[in-house]
Design a protein around this ligand. Structure first.
Ligand SMILES: [Zn+2]
Ligand SMILES: [Zn+2]
Length: 137
């Protein structure tokens, strides 16, 4: 069953759509790594991995920033909100969409957690999802 999701930045300049041929083409995960922590300004990153061809901007042009570790993040140059990210290996195949930028993110709830070794002591594990100590892929 095909699924269509929409999302946008805070100021509405960037709008995008996701066209998935099946719901399981999307995979949402938390990532507790230092890079996500810094970029999100929170204790973890929360993204939904989708095939690159399913992701399309409907309005606006994203600004890109490529970090030293090879991760590129696309964001709105007006309000600063992140829309998606991808590492060098993933760039041609996938987009990791910022979960909170989706209009209806509950359609794609978390399925796993990465870099659990970096999880702060006060942050509980999510039950019923997979847990990896490191590598996000
Ligand atoms: Zn914006
Ligand atoms: Zn991470």
């Amino acid at each position: 069953m095909a699924v269509q999701l929409k999302g946008r930045c805070v100021c509405n300049t960037l709008q995008y759509s996701l066209h998935l041929s099946a719901p399981d083409e999307a995979r949402t995960t938390l990532c507790h790594c230092q890079s996500c922590r810094r970029a999100f300004g929170s204790n973890y990153g929360l993204t939904t991995k989708v095939p690159v061809e399913s992701f399309k901007y409907e309005s606006g042009h994203a600004k890109l920033y490529k970090q030293d570790n090879g991760v590129t993040r696309e964001f709105c140059e007006i309000c600063g909100a992140y829309i998606c990210e991808y590492g060098e290996v993933a760039a041609e195949k996938f987009r990791y969409v910022m979960w909170g930028s989706l209009d209806d993110p509950e359609q794609v709830p978390p399925q796993g957690e990465f870099f659990c070794k970096d999880r702060p002591g006060w942050m509980p594990e999510i039950s019923g999802v997979f847990h990896k100590q490191e590598i996000k892929q």
